[in-house]
Design a protein around this ligand. Structure first.
Ligand code: NAD
Length: 247
C-alpha cells in the first residue's frame, strides 16, 4: 500500500476531519500519532485502530505536547514521515466584539500550534524527507462575516507554509495546505439548528453537498503526504466541492 510502514502525526486526530485522516492514513498502510485535547474521543480511536495508532492527549498550543508527539512517533514507530496540522479552535464574532481571549484562542491553537509542531518535527522529517500538510479555510480566503480571528490565523498559516516550502525544499521536506469543506459533527449540529442556512450554503457548492471527512478530504491529505505528490510543495489544494477556486 501507498503509505506502508510510514508514520504520521495528526493533530485533532480524534474527531471530525482529523479522525477521517487518521482512518485513511491507516487504511493506506500508515501508522498515526493522534494528538487531541479530548481524551474520550482519543480513547475511541485507540479502541478502533489498535496498534496502528497512539493517542497523545494534550493542547496543541503547548510546545511540550508537540515534543511528546514527536517522541512518541520515534519510540513507537521508529521515526516520522509526515505531519498534519489539523486542529484549530476559534470563536465566531463580529470584529468589534472579539476580545483578546478570542484572538489568543485562534492564534494559539491554529497558528502557534502549527509553528510548534513544525519546529519540533523538522529534524525527524529531514531524516525521512517527509511532508507537512497544514490547514487553510475558504472562509478565510473569502472574508466570511464573523471570522476575523480565524481568518487571520488561517492566512498566517498559509503564509508561513509557503515560506517553509521554500526554506525546507533543499532538505527534501515538502509543505502544502489543504482547504476543506466537510460535514463534521460541528457542521452536522449547525445544520440541525439552522436548516435554512445550511440549505443555502449547500446551494452554493458546485458538487451540491458537504464533503465527507474520510472519503472526500482525507484522500487529498494522504495524496499530499505520499510520494505521488513528490513534485508538489507550497500549494493550497481545495477539497471543498468546488466552492472556491484559486488561480
Ligand atoms: N469542517 C469544515 O468544513 C472546515 C472548513 C474549513 C476549514 N476547516 C479546518 O479543518 C480542520 C479540521 O476541522 P474540523 O471541522 O474537523 O474541526 P473540529 O472542531 O470538528 O475538530 C477539531 C479536532 O481538534 C481537537 N482540538 C480542538 N482544540 C484542540 C487543542 N487546543 N488541542 C488539541 N486538540 C484540539 C478537537 O477535540 C477535535 O478533535 C481545522 O483546521 C478547520 O479550521 C474545516
Amino acid at each position: 500500500m501507498k503509505l506502508d510502514n510510514q508514520s504520521f502525526i495528526v493533530t485533532g486526530g480524534a474527531s471530525g476531519i482529523g479522525l477521517g485522516i487518521t482512518r485513511r492514513l491507516i487504511s493506506e498502510g500508515g501508522r498515526v500519532i493522534a494528538v487531541d485535547i479530548n481524551a474520550e474521543t482519543g480513547q475511541r480511536v485507540v479502541e478502533e485502530c489498535g496498534d496502528n495508532v497512539r493517542f497523545v492527549k494534550g493542547d496543541v498550543s503547548d510546545p511540550q505536547v508537540a515534543a511528546a508527539a514527536i517522541a512518541e512517533a520515534v519510540s513507537s514507530f521508529g521515526g516520522l514521515n509526515g505531519l498534519v496540522n489539523n486542529a484549530h479552535a476559534s470563536r465566531q464574532k463580529p470584529f468589534l466584539e472579539l476580545e483578546e481571549a478570542d484572538w489568543a484562542l485562534s492564534f494559539s491553537t491554529g497558528f502557534q500550534a502549527t509553528l510548534n509542531f513544525m519546529r519540533a518535527a523538522h529534524d525527524e522529517l529531514a531524516k525521512t524527507k517527509g511532508s507537512v500538510v497544514n490547514f487553510g479555510s475558504g472562509a478565510a480566503m473569502s472574508g466570511q462575516l464573523g471570522q476575523a480571528s480565524y481568518a487571520a490565523a488561517k492566512e498566517a498559516i498559509r503564509g508561513v507554509s509557503r515560506v517553509l516550502a521554500n526554506e525546507w525544499a533543499p532538505e527534501g521536506i515538502r509543505v502544502n495546505i489543504v482547504s476543506p469543506l466537510a460535514l463534521t459533527p460541528g457542521v452536522q449540529a449547525w445544520s440541525e439548528e439552522q436548516p435554512e442556512q445550511y440549505e443555502q450554503t449547500v446551494a452554493t457548492i458546485p458538487l451540491a453537498r458537504f464533503g465527507d471527512p474520510e472519503t472526500d478530504v482525507a484522500p487529498v491529505v494522504a495524496f499530499l503526504l505520499s510520494s505521488d505528490a513528490q513534485y508538489m510543495t507550497g500549494q493550497t489544494l481545495m477539497a471543498d466541492g468546488g466552492i472556491r477556486k484559486l488561480y
